[in-house]
Every structure is written in C-alpha cells, then in structure tokens.
Design a protein around this ligand. Structure first.
Ligand code: SF4
Ligand code: F3S
Ligand code: FES
Length: 248
C-alpha cells in the first residue's frame, strides 16, 4: 500500500477545476479502483460512468495524464510512484458532470446511417455466410463503443464546427463492415461515407487506431479501403464507362 497524488477534474459544462487528492493505492489496482476509493472516502459526489470493470462495456472512457484511456484497464503500475495521476473527462464531448460526458453525438451519427439492408425476400436459413466473409467483418464487431477514437480525432477535437459534417472513425468502421457484408443490398456505402459521413475530412493521422482498446486497425482496414474505393468508383474510367452503359 502507498499514498499517491491524484488530480481529478470536478465541474460541469459551465466550468470547473482540477482538485487534488492524496489517496491510498494497493498492488494490482487500476485507475477506476482509485476513483471508487475517492468516492468512498473523500468525494462521495464525484461522478464517473462505468459498468463492467472488464474493458468490455466502453463506459469508463476518460483522459489520464492527457491520454484517452479506459479507467478500468489502466493499471496503477503504469505510473511511477511519485507521478501525479491526472484524470479528466473526454475533451471532445460536452461535460455532464465531473468525469461524465454526453456522448450522444455518436448515437446521432449512428442513427443517420442507413441500416443493414438484406434482400426482402430472403427467408431465415436461406443463406449461409461463408467463413471468409465472417472473418472480414469480425474485427469491426469487436468495437465496444468506448468512443476513444471519436474523442481523439483532430477533425472534431480541434474543430467543433466539423461535427455536423463528420461522423468519425467509429462510424467509418460500421460503414466498412456493412460495405463488406455479402447480404447488404445498398451499393452506395462508399458514396454515403464520402457525401454524408465526411470521410474525406480524414487525413489518415491514425490517432484513432492508436487509442483503440480493442486494437481494431481502424485506419488501415476500414478508412483507407473505404476512401480508396470511393476514389476508384468516382474516377476510374472503366467504372465511369460501365455506369454510362448500364444506365442507358
Ligand atoms: Fe472504442 Fe475502438 Fe470502437 Fe473506437 S473503434 S469506439 S476506440 S472500441
Ligand atoms: Fe481522424 Fe482517424 Fe482519420 S484520427 S483523421 S479518423 S485516421
Ligand atoms: Fe466497462 Fe471500463 S467499466 S470498459
């Protein structure tokens, strides 16, 4: 057991400040354990969102020493004994209170996406997914909706005004997943990503991939293929000719 220095952001959307705490830390604990200890001993009204404490619900996202992390998956042993641990709310979303942010932007963007669209006449059991198709989208299905990628992307992190036009990396992997699905009848997923989701704003900084706790290769496996195919479709002369012929 040792005593460590924590700084935790306290406040709401109107304003707030970092508050200092000296708190007990035991071997094997994670940052969420310490936040819970603060609630139990010194700050009963400290607001934090969490659920599983196993890195699977995506609720406990915050910034620890300026880095987007899951509170429940960040071990105290990551820090040196004399290091101050500063915990602040996600920067890219409005603050509800203390460490809790309002992430509804992400759900609004999800609602704006056309849903999975299988053939209307397909009866249950009439189609079997090939293993290769299952595997292609499996990576994207690991997303726990922690929104750390959405929080870190500079397109909206530094430019609130871009939020209206930019859906963000979490929604780009959803678009890629549907685009790869053999039963999705919509053929304009890439065009939609370009025209409505703002994938063109992404300049491949890969910050989203770096922070993803599920290690999803967001940029390489979803964004770049979606961008390339958008460009291909738009400018490939063969695709252009094919369109002209078949639209006659
Ligand atoms: Fe979180 Fe990764 Fe999903 Fe983004 S893609 S919401 S970082 S799990
Ligand atoms: Fe943003 Fe990821 Fe692109 S961080 S700029 S969506 S590579
Ligand atoms: Fe569920 Fe941290 S509490 S991911």
């Amino acid at each position: 057991m040792s005593t460590r220095h924590f700084r935790v952001w306290r406040g709401d959307d109107e304003g707030g400040q970092l508050t200092d705490y000296q708190v007990e830390v035991n071997e094997g604990e994670v940052v969420l354990d310490i936040i819970h200890r603060l609630q139990a001993t010194q700050a009963p009204d400290l607001a934090v969102r969490w659920n599983c404490k196993a890195g699977k619900c995506g609720s406990c996202s915050a910034e620890i020493n300026g880095k987007p992390r899951l509170l429940c998956m960040t071990r105290m042993s990551t820090f040196t004994p004399d290091e101050t641990v500063t915990v602040t709310p996600l920067r890219n979303f409005p603050i509800t209170r203390d460490l809790v942010t309002d992430v509804s932007y992400n759900y609004e963007k999800a609602r704006a996406m056309p849903a999975f669209d299988p053939p209307k006449d397909l009866e249950p059991g009439e189609y079997r997914m090939q293993q290769v198709d299952v595997e292609r989208s499996q990576e994207f299905r690991k997303c726990i909706e922690c929104f750390l990628c959405q929080n870190v992307c500079h397109v909206t992190r530094d430019h609130e005004e871009n939020k209206a036009a930019f859906s963000g990396p979490r929604l780009f992997i959803r678009a890629a997943e549907l685009d790869m699905h053999p039963l999705d009848a919509r053929e304009d997923r890439k065009e939609f990503a370009q025209a409505e989701q703002g994938i063109g704003y992404c300049n491949i900084t890969k910050c989203c991939t770096e922070v993803c706790p599920e290690h999803i290769k967001i940029t390489d496996n979803a964004i770049i293929p979606m961008k390339e195919r958008v460009v291909d479709r738009k400018y490939d002369p063969l695709v252009w000719l094919g369109r002209k012929i078949f639209r006659r």
